[in-house]
Design a protein around this ligand. Sequence first.
Ligand SMILES: Nc1ncnc2c1ncn2[C@@H]1O[C@H](COP(=O)(O)OP(=O)(O)OP(=O)(O)O)[C@@H](O)[C@H]1O
Ligand SMILES: [Mg+2]
Length: 147
Amino acid sequence: MGAPYVVEFEIAKDDFLAAGEGSGSVKDTLKMLGIPSAVIRRAAIITYEAEMNLVIHGGGGVLKILISPEKVEIVARDDGPGIPDVELAMREGFSTAPDRIREMGFGAGMGLPNIKRNADSLEIESAVGVGTTLTASIDLSGEGGPA
Ligand SMILES: Nc1ncnc2c1ncn2[C@@H]1O[C@H](COP(=O)(O)OP(=O)(O)OP(=O)(O)O)[C@@H](O)[C@H]1O
Ligand SMILES: [Mg+2]
């Protein structure tokens, strides 16, 4: 097994204009690498939701995508406020997004559940006042259909 192909993006806090660029270019990279389109679709959803959470909640951070023959792994890391209760944050409809964010159409509390649905595995490590690392992966060994 060789080293994974890695793409990395710095995601700035509150930069809604640039947000979505990461997930867009990941799509192109996966396509170039010949990843099946069903997997690309799932990876794009995960990357987009993770990226938006870095922008809105994490105070910015780093988004990293690692592609190997076995899996596509998406890692979103920030040094933001952290998540006090990850289980609660994972629930559909749970959101701490303030009104100004909701007015922009975010804050439905569907990002993390959407990531979970589209990933074969999901891990969230978070500490209040320290930051959050989300690691989601999609297996490439199976048929790659929607989860
Ligand atoms: N990187 C993060 N740092 C701190 N808190 C986070 C982070 N990611 C998620 N959260 C917390 O988890 C909650 C749920 O996240 P989720 O993505 O499911 O919903 P949302 O971002 O509020 O709304 P939506 O994704 O539907 O626009 C957030 O409202 C926030 O409180
Ligand atoms: Mg979200």
